[in-house]
Design a protein around this ligand. Structure first.
Ligand code: HEM
Length: 507
């Protein structure tokens, strides 16, 4: 009995000391947050929802109401000026739209990608996801080594060689659309272009034929699950603790695993082909294999890095382009005069030809303008962020070091200050003689960490659009929303459902 008493007394004392210890930590943390507030509160910004959580309740509210947080960033940029402050716990994020600061920070390798965001993409709910691959690597040396090796797979010489695949895969979409037109069936354009871009990346990056417009595949669903999981994983730290979300979390983990095991299999097959002296393409997969150790013995981390880049290209190389195409089709269907002008250009440059050449793409100038204008209003990868460790000044405001800078091309692309009548879809803003936007238009980001696949994506988009305009008339099925869905990347919520008809040619 006495022994039990001693035990309980020790436990009670330990518990008291633990509570005191936790209380001291809590008070210390509160003082630290107060110190951070005092350090940065001279910078304009929206009122905080709470001392502790800062502005995160606003974000959660927007997500819960199916809204778009980028609309909030736009509203805050317009209300509070070229730099505004957001607090989340002890973190401080500066929303920056000042072109000079955008230039200084994004064009320099001095500012690493933001730790809070990009480290979270390493894993999704405990399952390795983008790891240390090209998009997420923060250390300059680690990133630069990979980028140097990947660059040849995106040289203009190499890209020219991809025209055959772009044509061939886009032709499969035309066959599918032809079938839908013949049967008077509505076309879900987002789903269809998603099939093409996934087909293209699988073929040109990894040498694999998926033929998604004819065959079923688990990849579109897996990619979708990863993207959705990414949004919750990044924006809601409490998400994983709610048992209601566990089935979804398991689905996301399973999807990540599927992508990585597929990567491991395809890499294994390619390596075996290389070892057998077979002639393998110098595609993205070959370059990915080169990004791992050049030593004979490959470490487990080298293997993981290859898979990081495999998943990176599978995701980065597909979704954003498909969403751009779907938004572009949606805007053209809403603007018959622009549709007529771009169709005329396609007729002049391509005529009845089936195989579009690299040189033809250079002549489709108005189509380029249309695609650029699409990304101004709908930047499918809507921004980027960097950590700033030293002090700096933006527009006369002193910013003490130790914050994150967030750049939203969604906000800058829709600001009256930069683009007159910003919600008007007007491709002439990108006329070759028009002044170029000054560090306020960056759908592919800017500087050393800008998109590696920009030219690839725009070549692919042009081939698909040119063939579509050459062969079909399309109109939106009435009653659709023009809202945007945020799945990490931005996509049209409606799916862009169209009625498609064969074009009637004038004699
Ligand atoms: C319309 C299509 C696309 C858009 C709007 C887009 C946009 C972007 C943006 C904004 C970034 C910077 C991301 C960040 O800072 O976190 C990025 C990076 C990247 N993108 Fe794209 N992208 C597109 C298509 C592609 C394609 C087709 C590929 C590959 C085939 C690709 C591969 C990459 C890679 C590897 C990076 C990381 C570059 C680095 O840090 O070195 N992207 N992209």
């Amino acid at each position: 009995m006495a022994l039990l008493d001693v035990f309980f007394t020790i436990c009670a004392k330990a518990l008291t000391w633990l509570c005191v210890f936790l209380f001291i930590i809590f008070v210390g943390y509160c003082f630290y947050i107060k110190y951070i507030h005092l350090k940065y509160d001279h910078i304009p910004g929206p009122p905080r929802d709470s001392f502790f959580l800062g502005h995160s309740p606003t974000f959660l509210r927007v997500i819960k109401n199916d809204g778009l947080i980028y609309d909030k960033f736009l509203e805050w940029s317009e209300t509070y000026g070229t730099v505004y402050r957001i607090n989340v716990l002890h973190y401080v994020i500066m929303g920056v739209t000042c072109p000079e600061a955008t230039k200084e920070i994004l064009m320099s390798p001095k500012y690493p990608k933001d730790l809070m965001l990009y480290k979270r993409l390493f894993n999704l709910f405990g399952q390795r996801f983008l790891g240390n691959g090209l998009v997420t690597a923060r250390d300059h040396e680690v990133w630069y080594k990979q980028r140097r090796i990947m660059d040849p797979a995106f040289s203009s010489l190499y890209l020219r060689g991809l025209m055959g695949t772009f044509n061939e895969r886009a032709e499969k979409l035309m066959d599918k659309l032809s079938e839908l037109a013949d049967n008077n069936t509505e076309a879900n354009m987002l789903q269809l272009v998603n099939g093409v871009t996934l087909d293209v990346i699988a073929k040109v990056a990894f040498g694999v034929d998926l033929d998604l417009l004819s065959n079923k595949s688990p990849f579109p669903k897996a990619i979708e699950a990863c993207l959705k999981g990414m949004v919750y994983h990044i924006r809601d730290s409490s998400f994983r603790f709610n048992p209601k979300n566990w089935p979804f979390i398991n689905e996301v983990r399973e999807a990540c695993r599927l992508l990585r095991t597929t990567g491991a299999l395809w890499i294994h097959d390619r390596k075996a082909a290389m070892q057998n002296g077979e002639d393998v393409p110098k595609d993205i997969l070959t370059q990915i294999i080169k990004t791992s150790s050049t030593e004979e013995i490959m470490t487990a981390e080298d293997e993981e890095l290859m898979l990081d880049n495999f998943v990176t290209f599978f995701i980065a190389g597909q979704e954003t382009t498909a969403n751009q195409l779907a938004f572009c089709i949606m805007e053209l269907a809403r603007h018959p005069e622009i549709l007529a002008k771009v169709t005329n250009e396609v007729d002049d440059v391509i005529g009845m030809k089936q195989e579009i050449s690299y040189d033809d793409l250079g002549k489709l100038i108005y189509l380029s303008q249309v695609l650029k204008e699409t990304l101004r209003i709908y930047p499918t990868a809507p921004g980027t962020s960097r950590d700033v460790h030293g002090d700096m000044e933006i527009d006369g405001i002193h910013l003490p070091g130790g914050f994150t800078c967030m750049f939203s091309s969604f906000a800058t692309g829709r600001m009256e200050k930069f683009f007159k009548d910003p919600l008007k879809f007007d491709p002439d803003r990108f006329h070759p003689d028009a002044p170029r936007p000054y560090y306020c238009y960056y759908p592919f980001s800017l500087g050393p960490r800008s998109c590696l696949g920009k030219n690839f994506a725009q070549m692919e988009a042009k081939v698909v659009m040119a063939k579509l305009l050459q062969r079909f008339d399309f109109s939106l099925v009435p009653g659709q929303t023009f809202d945007i869905e945020d799945t990490g990347t931005l996509r049209p919520k409606s799916g862009v459902i169209c009625n498609v008809r064969h074009r009637k040619y004038k004699n």
